[in-house]
Design a protein around this ligand. Sequence first.
Ligand code: A2R
Length: 329
Amino acid sequence: MSTGSISSDKIDLLIYGPVRPILENGFSDHFVVHKAETRGDLERLTPAIREKIRGIAVTDHTARVDKDSLSQLPRLELVSSFGVGYDHVDAKYAAERNIIVTNTPDVLTEEVADVAMGLLICTLREFIKADRYVRSGLWQTQNYPLSVGSLRDRKVGIVGMGRIGQAIARRLDASLVPVVYHTRNPSKDVSYKHYPDLIEMAKAVDTLMVIVPGGASTNKMVNAEVFKALGPRGVLVNVARGSVVDEAALVQALKSGTILAAGLDVFAAEPNVPDELKSMQNVVLLPHVGSASVVTRNAMNQLVIDNLKSWFSGKAPLTPVAETPFKGR
Ligand code: A2R
């Protein structure tokens, strides 16, 4: 394979998942682009096409790239996945087959941290309810009631202290809110107090902000026991993955007053949100918009494209995930 420029042979790529025109238009004449929006579409590709596909652009976390789908593509070299979380891609199986998986870290870090911070303040200070109050004309009759919640006198435990966790912590520092964190290993990048045990941290704080990857190791790690430890002033903000929180236990904790409130950008079965959550006044619900601004989504799309272009120019992938590090060709 040549270095520095895309080889003269055309490279067959698959764009897999919901339509993203910016991605589809991002490839030059050097590529032949095939599309499969769903698993069914993938299975309907002819064996001759599947045989040729060497790269995949995965457009969304709803497109499952599991062993079954990867097995259908015998010449696959690289899976370029949109988003920083890649729990929808079987990176372990990809590693066994020497397929590189890339994601789109860094370019969304500050955007997601902004949403986390906004969601926290919005939940505590009831912006959504207060907005409705103004629109309904009620302000003409009386002032809006004082909010029970406030960012003042809070202590935040961040669950996950990677790129986004650190960006959230910087915002909390600026707001004079003390921060501690829970991860499996203490981070060398920060000096906040580390709690190896999530329950112990939940007991020591009144606010949890969740920003760990999805997947088996974090599945329902924020559960009834954690809510009990957090206590009646407790607030949960989740901008990670819905799978990280036991949603039924959260509904119960909010209903019973075990915790005070929650701000949620992610849910267990998106786009379905439990009716019980929708009917509650002490929750703020967002439709998974952590990175969803034009500027940040453009940067993420571009990184999906650039990883594929770099690889098929004979260069290293730009952002391989930990399970499939680039070890040379
Ligand atoms: O546990 P560590 O030492 O590997 O720290 C990572 C932590 N983490 C966990 N913490 C507790 N229990 C676990 N089972 C667990 N697994 C991972 O999450 C690290 O501090 C953090 C992940 O950081 P980064 O890899 O830098 O990810 P980034 O860019 O901050 O994004 C986090 C997640 C994505 O995976 C998406 O699902 C979501 O944010 O948008």
